[in-house]
Design a protein around this ligand. Structure first.
Ligand SMILES: [Zn+2]
Length: 174
């Protein structure tokens, strides 16, 4: 991920990045760091099946993922996850931090920006499945069908597997 060239606050040209990757602004004095942007995603499990979404837009258009999205500034992770699932699929989910499965850093999009994907196991609570326009399709699949899907990111497939199995046999992330 390329460092900032101009100050996001005052648009002055930044100094060269220091050894920690921070770029200081000579005008307003702030230092800017490039961090992974947090995303949240859920493997929503109902009995023997897990809910998989097909992406309608780039990046990875047409590929499968577990639904979720970016947190808004200041938004707690589980609130953001419930919001994303509500917006994308029209359903409410039950999820807690005890359902945390994995945290996986990966690059996202053509610019190679880093994101940190926080993956949870969840279960549906209420609502009718009604995919929004950023979801091309949403389908319930069984464990044996997970390998046949064309996944956007392998860690989403692992999340779905772990969520369905109930235990982790393969350690992903920390
Ligand atoms: Zn500045």
């Amino acid at each position: 991920m390329k460092p900032f060239v101009y100050c996001p606050a005052c648009a002055s040209r930044l100094e060269e990045p220091n050894s920690e990757g921070g770029s200081r602004c000579p005008n307003c004095g702030r230092s800017w760091y490039r961090n992974s942007a947090p995303t949240v995603t859920a493997a929503i499990v109902d009995g023997e099946r897990v809910l998989v979404a097909i992406r309608a837009f780039a990046p990875k258009k047409g590929k499968a993922d577990t639904p979720g999205g970016f947190l808004m500034p200041g938004e707690p992770p589980l609130d953001g996850l419930r919001r994303e699932i509500r917006e994308e699929l029209g359903i409410e989910i039950a999820v807690s931090f005890e359902d945390f499965v994995q945290g996986v850093p990966h690059t996202y999009g053509d610019e190679g920006d880093w994101v940190l994907s926080l993956g949870f196991r969840a279960r549906p609570l209420s609502g009718e499945l009604e995919p929004a326009d950023d979801v091309a399709d949403a389908r319930w699949v069984t464990y044996s069908e997970l390998e046949d899907l064309d996944w956007a990111w392998p860690h989403d497939r692992e999340l779905a597997k772990i969520a369905l199995r109930g235990t982790s046999t393969e350690h992903v992330g920390e």
